[in-house]
Ligand binder design. Structure first.
Ligand SMILES: NC(=O)c1ccc[n+]([C@@H]2O[C@H](COP(=O)([O-])OP(=O)(O)OC[C@H]3O[C@@H](n4cnc5c(N)ncnc54)[C@H](OP(=O)(O)O)[C@@H]3O)[C@@H](O)[C@H]2O)c1
Length: 295
């Protein structure tokens, strides 16, 4: 299949390019210099030139504080962007895989969110991403809207800059000997190679719709850090941070665990427990340490 991956040099996009290529697909990797998703003429020109059978969108404005400061720009990228892609995908009769987020929920449920749970985003990022989901679902039938959470991978997240959580923990442990981490935010840390494989699998199906797609199980950021240090045998004093030690500038869900109910119901769920993805990441890190250098 001809597959266009948008956000191809991003954290998830780079693993999607690898996963679709390994699957034997002809991949067009598109970066922000190739395409501007918030502008319909750019989206039409680029995609009509390629005429892919599958379009994969990872592009987003997802730095939460920046979205709050510039909500119109966030809406243009996170809502109108997917709408533009959906319009062109429909015209080309292509399948659209669009990546969304756990931040469409407010976190008050206290047990894993299902696809049919009512979203209630707490911030501009979540609101604009939810609008993007609605545009895709209302515009083109051949879509997969994929909500995921707590991504980490070999390539750094371009929107957030710096190191991913794992690299940050290991750096702080090395520099300070003591690390303090919050224990009151619960997530399902999900590795980007695993999500990319899941998305390749979905692209072979015609069970279109909305899917939750995260590693199995959940943990607080403190528990995630504890597992990182245990696997790497890092000598460090790990402490629970006081609730007000790292005050959030923007409201965020405290609990954003997603249940992959849709994938499981259709026999498509390929995710393993989050600890497996972490082991694999840390194993690869030892094999190729140069890959961890961040921008
Ligand atoms: N990271 C997480 O923990 C997380 C959690 C849940 C959901 N998600 C979702 O997962 C997706 C991928 O995240 P990621 O961590 O891989 O992001 P990332 O590393 O920041 O990659 C995003 C890519 O999209 C490109 N891009 C941004 N704005 C664009 C635009 N207007 N037009 C075209 N390209 C644009 C970026 O290019 P430039 O950098 O050059 O602008 C970059 O290549 C996003 O949709 C995000 O909402 C992420």
């Amino acid at each position: 299949m001809k597959v266009a991956v948008i956000g191809a040099n991003g954290q998830l996009g780079s693993d999607l390019v690898a996963a679709f290529s390994e699957n034997g697909d002809a991949v067009s990797p598109l970066t922000h210099t190739d395409i501007e998703i918030s502008e319909l003429p750019s989206v039409s020109r680029v995609l009509e030139g390629i005429r892919p059978q599958v379009i994969v969108n990872t592009a987003a404005m997802h730095h939460v504080e920046n979205c709050e400061r510039e909500p119109e720009k966030a809406f243009a990228v996170n809502a109108l962007g997917p709408r533009n892609l959906a319009l062109v995908a429909r015209d080309l009769d292509a399948v659209l895989l669009h990546v969304s987020t756990d931040y469409v929920f407010d976190g008050s449920k206290g047990s894993p969110y299902l696809e049919e749970d009512s979203p209630r985003p707490l911030n501009a990022y979540g609101i604009t991403k939810l609008a993007g989901e609605h545009f895709v679902r209302a515009t083109t039938a051949k879509h997969f809207v994929i909500r995921t959470s707590g991504l980490y991978g070999k390539s750094p997240c371009r929107a957030k800059g710096g190191l991913n959580f794992i690299e940050l923990m290991l750096k702080l442990a090395n520099e300070r000997g003591e690390v303090r981490v919050v224990d009151n935010e619960v997530v399902s840390p999900t590795s980007t190679p695993e999500l990319a494989q899941q998305m390749v699998r979905l692209s072979h199906s015609d069970c279109y719709g909305l899917y939750h797609a995260t590693a199995e199980g959940s943990c607080s950021w403190y528990e995630f850090a504890r597992e990182i240090f245990a696997i790497t045998d890092t000598p460090v004093r790990l402490k629970v941070a006081a609730p007000d030690e790292f005050p959030a500038k923007v409201a965020r869900p405290k609990y954003s665990v997603l249940e992959n109910r849709g994938l499981k119901t259709r026999g498509l769920n390929a995710f393993k427990p989050w600890q497996d993805g972490l082991h694999k990441y840390l194993g690869n890190r030892i094999k190729s340490p140069s890959a961890q250098i961040s921008s």
